[in-house]
Design a protein around this ligand. Structure first.
Ligand code: CP
Length: 308
């Protein structure tokens, strides 16, 4: 396959396994490019991309911007907090105004689930979902799988546990779709209050004992407690959460194998993960961030080839 089956990247749910493989093969090429002394290619000199972020971001925003610049695209950065959205302008009006400046592609982060899907139906541009509320974060899941493949050789057949606040996590949902599509075995682990009802219907196992989950897995993806999305208390105290669902060096050293530790960031050091784990050789957290640029270059390059 030489082109994606989709015109937008709205979620992993809409991708085929062959799309993921094509993105990874393309990312391999771009990873080689960004490790050269000249880290740029002229591929997208005729493309203009707007990054519109209605929610805070460090990794995703910078990674998309760098990916676009490495591909020689023209880049517009839009921050909702400094825009006319504050004066009541609608999402569609805002984006149509940006598009009338001859913009070809929109990368959007939005607090509302489905915002990217809604936009794709109402405006004439390729849309990339950079995280929509508690729904999906497709490029995070792609860079996560790519990083597992890089460390362990393959994703198929690997045991992956996603630990923490599964209920509010777009990273968890996109990872479940991506990992299952590639043939991994997936479990979720966390307090019962932070596990969605009927999560098993997605083909994942459920484990509420962290030690058992770690004994089973090859990879543990540790999620942040998203205090900004918690309207009520889902566990008694942060200290008790850490005691039951935080990973520390002592716990990892007591297992009879070395597992790979991941985290999408930002990290709450000392809550879901201790510093000696986050900074250990078992951790691939910074590899995930590095791979994010190559993955986003691949996604943008492949989507752009469909609008040329
Ligand atoms: N992983 C992730 O989405 O991080 P940011 O919120 O900093 O973009």
């Amino acid at each position: 396959m030489s082109e994606l089956s989709v015109k937008h990247l709205l979620g992993i749910k809409y991708l085929k396994e062959t799309d993921i493989q094509l993105i990874f093969e393309t990312a391999n090429h771009f990873k080689e490019v960004i490790n050269r002394s000249i880290k740029k290619v002229p591929s997208l000199r005729d493309i203009t991309i707007a990054n519109i972020f209605f929610e805070n971001s460090t990794r995703t925003k910078l990674s998309f911007e760098l990916a676009e610049k490495r591909l020689s695209a023209d880049v517009l950065n839009f921050s909702a907090s400094q825009s006319s959205v504050k004066k009541g302008e609608t999402l569609i009006d805002t984006v149509n105004n940006i598009l009338s400046m001859k913009v070809d592609m929109v990368v959007m982060r939005h607090p509302n689930p489905g915002a990217g899907i809604f936009l794709s139906k109402h405006v004439n541009a390729s849309i990339v979902n950079a995280g929509d509320g508690a729904h999906e974060h497709p490029t995070q899941a792609l860079l996560d799988s790519y990083s597992i493949r890089e460390r362990l050789g393959d994703v198929a057949g690997k045991n992956v546990v996603i630990v923490g606040d599964i209920l509010h996590s777009r990273v968890a949902l996109s990872n479940i779709f991506a990992l299952k599509l590639q043939g991994a075995n997936v479990k979720v682990c966390g307090p019962k209050t932070l596990l969605p009802k009927h999560i098993e219907s997605l083909g994942v196992g459920v484990e509420t004992n962290l030690r058992k989950a770690l004994e089973w897995c090859d990879v543990a993806n540790m999620l942040r407690i998203q205090n900004e999305r918690l309207d009520i208390s889902y566990f008694p105290t942060t200290r008790e959460y850490t005691q039951q669902f935080g990973v520390n060096k002592k716990l990892l050293d007591s297992l009879d194998k070395e597992i790979v530790i991941m985290h999408p960031g930002p990290i709450n050091r000392g809550v879901e993960i201790t510093s000696d784990v986050a900074d250990s050789k078992q951790s691939i957290i910074l590899n995930q961030v590095e791979n994010g640029v190559a993955i986003r270059m691949a996604v943008i390059y492949l989507l752009a080839s469909k609008i040329k």
